[in-house]
Write a protein that binds this ligand. Structure first.
Ligand code: CMP
Length: 461
């Protein structure tokens, strides 16, 4: 039984029976996922238990909302993808409409194709409102046929009566409704059907679940692939332990080369190591004129400069379309420690790597590594990601020059969605937990419109 005075972390500790807080008993990503689910379930139970009974009677659905809010961020385990049938014409209309939209700018073609499956058909009659300015919304729309008007209500300079101004029209192939999903803000315009319309709509939760599920599956696939890779005739699994391969899975990026393109040239100093994912890659000597050999899939290459500090002895050229995973030396060393130790073939048992603490960046954060900063202490750089959750920006402390990710969430959205308690509890839990797979959170800040969470910046994608 949970007592109302217990903090979430005490509650979790009492039920985890002394399990180590540093997550050293977690063996792989599947373990970690289970733990996160476990923690969230307890957090939901904690919220439910301390909830005031009277309030519960007044709003019988609140409990579901809190639980929903806790799970919808990552728990796609229970999500059942519901696809709606579409003609090829409609699929390509939706594809062309959403591809340039900011909401999908970080999604791959494969992800977009999967998202198209879950768009749902809707009919509106002439004169019906699809979106009302100021209301909250969780759907994004694409127009298959018909026309719609866009009106924005504005206030005059003297703050007199607001007036509605028409700012444009939509027709077949248009898309709208992304702003509320990205910023969690109220709808910024009113959209009204000016003829009978057929639209396709995408719900925020469906979008997030499809993307999370796909990315999780891709992550597992990539992890399994890396586990079977080889460098200097040694399997990765002999060189790296499971958590290091997990880090490599997160950090390595994929690149594509077309037939004839050179990936690394003889005589060049390389600063990147590559693994051939697929395609045919041949090696050449004598300035690319003499065939030397070929690289098999799952083999690392380009490591000579990194290990010996000398120029590449070979030219590596794609002879079909080639996909490679790659990681720069700088990123590799930030995550894994010395490249030489890992790749020169002389290494080292896992226990040695661990005992010498070669991993210089950890995703685990001990309490004394937390930064308490103010918004004014931070310089803002580029946007790291935008999605139906809000946005995350790359920021740097003006004083220490340390970089972080700053996650912004609209207060309006949090309150409207009844997520206030959930957000606060999740923040408290994250702040108190040390775990290798949970993003370190430093502090929370706010301005008039937004709550900000200062997070550790994880290397890689
Ligand atoms: P959202 O705010 O979610 O809902 C209304 C939509 O109208 C908005 O997203 C945009 O997609 C679209 N829109 C088109 N023109 C404007 C405009 N001038 N100001 C705000 N929203 C606009």
């Amino acid at each position: 039984m949970i007592s109302g005075s217990q903090t979430p972390v005490h509650f979790i500790m009492s039920l985890t029976d002394g399990k180590p807080l540093d997550g050293s008993d977690v063996r792989d990503l599947a373990d970690a996922k289970n733990e996160i689910r476990f923690i969230r379930k307890f957090a939901a139970e904690f919220l439910a238990t301390v909830e005031d009974d009277e309030q519960k009677d007044k709003d019988e659905h609140r409990d579901d909302r809190v639980r929903g809010a806790l799970y919808d961020k990552q728990d796609f385990g229970s999500f059942k993808k519901v696809s709606y049938e579409k003609t090829d014409h409609v699929r390509s209309l939706i594809f062309d409409a959403i591809k340039p939209n900011v909401l999908f700018e970080h999604d791959t073609r494969e992800e977009i194709l999967q998202i198209i499956d879950v768009f749902k058909p809707l009919e509106f009659e002439r004169g019906e409102r699809v979106i009302t300015q100021g209301e909250e919304g969780s759907e994004f729309y694409v127009v298959e046929s018909g026309t719609l008007s866009i009106h924005v209500t504005v206030r005059g300079e003297d703050d007199d009566e607001p007036s509605e101004v028409k700012v444009g029209d939509y027709s077949a192939g248009s898309a709208f409704g992304e702003l509320a999903l990205i910023f969690g803000s109220p709808r910024a315009a009113t959209i009204t059907a000016t003829s009978d319309c057929r639209l396709w709509s995408l719900e925020r939760t469906a979008y997030r679940s499809v993307i999370s599920q796909l990315r999780y599956e891709q992550h597992l696939e990539k992890n399994a692939f890396l586990r079977s890779c080889v460098v200097s005739d040694k399997p990765f699994t002999e060189i790296f332990d499971a958590s290091q391969i997990e880090d490599l899975t997160i950090a390595t990026k994929v690149d594509t080369y077309e037939a004839g393109e050179v990936i690394l040239r003889e005589g060049e100093m390389g600063d990147t190591f590559y693994i051939l994912k697929s395609g045919t890659l041949k090696t050449y000597k004598n300035n690319g004129t003499e065939r030397y050999g070929k690289i098999d899939a799952k083999k690392a290459f380009g490591t000579t400069s990194l290990v010996k500090g000398t120029a590449s002895p070979l030219t590596y050229r794609a002879t079909s379309q080639v996909h490679v995973y790659y990681l720069t030396q700088k990123d590799f060393e930030a995550i894994m420690g010395s490249v030489q130790d890992a790749f020169d073939g002389t290494v080292v048992t896992r226990s040695v790597i661990k005992s010498e603490s070669k991993r210089t960046i950890k995703t685990t954060m001990s309490m004394d590594m937390r930064y308490e900063l103010q918004l004014g202490d931070l310089e803002h750089f580029n946007l790291l990601g935008r999605g139906a959750f809000g946005q995350v920006t790359l920021v740097q402390s003006r004083k220490t020059k340390k970089v972080f990710a700053l996650k912004a969430q609209s207060k309006h959205y949090i309150i409207k969605k009844g997520q206030k308690e959930h957000v606060l509890n999740e923040f408290r839990i994250m702040k108190e937990i040390e775990h290798p797979y949970i993003l370190g959170i430093h502090c929370a800040m706010q301005d008039e419109q937004h709550l900000y969470f200062l997070l550790d910046l994880l290397p890689g994608e």
